[in-house]
Design a protein around this ligand. Structure first.
Ligand code: PLP
Length: 440
């Protein structure tokens, strides 16, 4: 792997062209490298743990398309399923067997859920789950946590993480994180602090009877990785039950990544509703929400809560999802991902320590963040106290050496079952050079 600054002329040309026809040159903000500066790489192709950019530079991928690619790129089983589905047709607007099969696979992994509805993105999943929670409880307010991100529906762009955090969104309680979100919508969204049970208790004490649901990331990826404390999880489960509010686990990022039954299995939680996305679509646009029959039967056409989609349950997307979940069930990669993660964690911690760079590593399975500050980092406030200038230099140091880490301090890096010894060695060598350079 070369340590010389790579040629990125084609990416530069494409980015210039893109900026004239697409806002910011990208179709999702974090791709534009605003937090780290420089030119985003345009990707030409991918295989296994690697990407190739438009100039032919080879990159070890720690984005995994922001989560879906747990098997690595172009997994043979997924590719074969896609080819077979394509031969049959692409979209009918009528039900297909694949939707039933994917629903069965998702529900087998989540015993707390009896039914699931497919949509086309994580945003649609959380937005629809909240509508259902409101319809079911007859209450209007919802609670989310500062720095958690649940997609870009109006009511959820309040104190939101991910790209909003990177861009420095609004800071007052219940203030929208985006222009265009009416204050009146934002006011229905109450904000508590992650890993702070008292802040949740205070909201329930003052507004309990009006709260339809609490939505949360069971392991946060969107402020960088934050691990929930047992006291926090106990409060979430206990307070929602005591006040008749629904507990909505947003497993869009963690579902099928942290365990076959996601973070809720790992943490022993019993949510009322679960949202999925990313992995269940195997790299194609799929989201879903599910829960107990009694709640899910409120969704149209069985019940009065309306939700629909022209491309929902699209056969090509279902094929990729089925192949991915079947491959995960046949050869569960979780022990291997844990071993890779442990080795990457130990290596990065050791390199940072010996280079004298203040850093804290948070990891859950195959989700990892190196925060540039002393630890512990358990809360949103602690995460945003990181040295983002140091992160920037680390990021570019890695990228120049062919390691594509997420371009923001406040995002999780993901690795896949296709990451092995060669990727680990190259990553740690590049990190060593980048962190020594940072300390120099
Ligand atoms: N929920 C979580 C936890 C996410 O991480 C994301 C996206 O990163 C979403 C929801 C939104 O999903 P999508 O980008 O597919 O709309």
């Amino acid at each position: 792997m070369s340590t010389r600054t790579p040629l990125i002329q084609r990416s530069q040309e494409l980015f210039e062209r893109a900026q004239t026809v697409i806002p910011g040159g990208v179709n999702s903000p974090v791709r534009a490298f605003k937090a780290v500066g420089g030119t985003p790489r345009f990707i030409a192709r991918a295989e296994g743990a690697r990407l190739w950019d438009a100039d032919g530079n080879e990159l070890i991928d720690y984005l995994g398309s922001w989560g879906p690619m747990i098997l690595g790129h172009k997994h043979p089983k997924v590719q074969a399923a896609l080819r077979a589905a394509l031969e049959e047709g692409t979209s009918y607007g009528a039900p297909t067997e694949r939707e039933v099969r994917l629903a069965e696979l998702v529900l087998q992994a989540y015993p707390s859920c009896d039914m699931v509805r497919f949509v086309s993105s994580g945003t649609e999943a959380t937005m629809s789950a909240l509508r259902l929670a409101r319809g079911y409880t007859g209450r209007d307010r919802i609670v989310k946590f500062r720095g958690n991100y649940h997609g870009h529906a109006d009511g959820l762009l309040v104190q939101a993480g991910s790209g909003l955090l990177t861009a420095g969104g609004g800071s007052a309680r219940s203030a929208p994180s985006s222009a265009g979100v009416p204050q009146a919508f934002a006011e229905l969204t109450l904000v508590a602090d992650y890993n702070d049970p008292e802040s949740l208790e205070a909201l329930f004490a003052s507004q309990g009877p009006e709260i339809a649901a609490v939505i949360f990331e069971p392991v946060v990826g969107n402020a960088g990785v934050l691990i929930p404390t047992p006291e926090f999880l106990e409060a979430l489960q206990g307070l929602t039950r005591a006040h008749g509010a629904l507990l909505i686990a947003d497993e869009v990022m963690t579902g099928f990544r942290l365990a076959p039954g996601g973070a809720v299995e790992r943490l022993g939680l019993e949510p009322d509703l679960v949202c999925w996305g990313k992995i269940i679509g195997g790299g194609l646009p799929v989201g879903a929400y599910g829960g107990k029959r009694e709640i899910m039967e409120q969704v149209a056409p069985s019940g009065p809560v309306y939700q629909a989609g022209t491309l929902s349950g699209n056969p090509i997307a279902m094929a990729a999802g089925i192949a991915t979940l079947e491959a995960l069930a046949e050869h569960p990669p979780y022990a291997q991902l844990e071993a890779y993660g442990q080795a990457l964690q130990t290596g990065l911690e050791e390199i940072a320590r010996s280079a004298g760079v203040p850093a804290t590593l948070n990891r859950a399975g195959s989700m990892i963040t190196l925060f540039f500050r002393e630890g512990p980092v358990q809360t949103y406030a602690e995460a945003v106290g990181s040295d983002t200038e140091a992160f920037k230099r680390f990021f570019h140091g890695l990228l120049e050496q062919g390691i594509y880490w997420p371009p923001s301090q406040f995002e999780a890096a993901f690795f896949s079952a296709a990451h092995g010894e060669a990727e680990l060695k190259a990553t740690l060598e590049a990190a060593e050079a980048a962190l020594r350079n940072l300390a120099a």
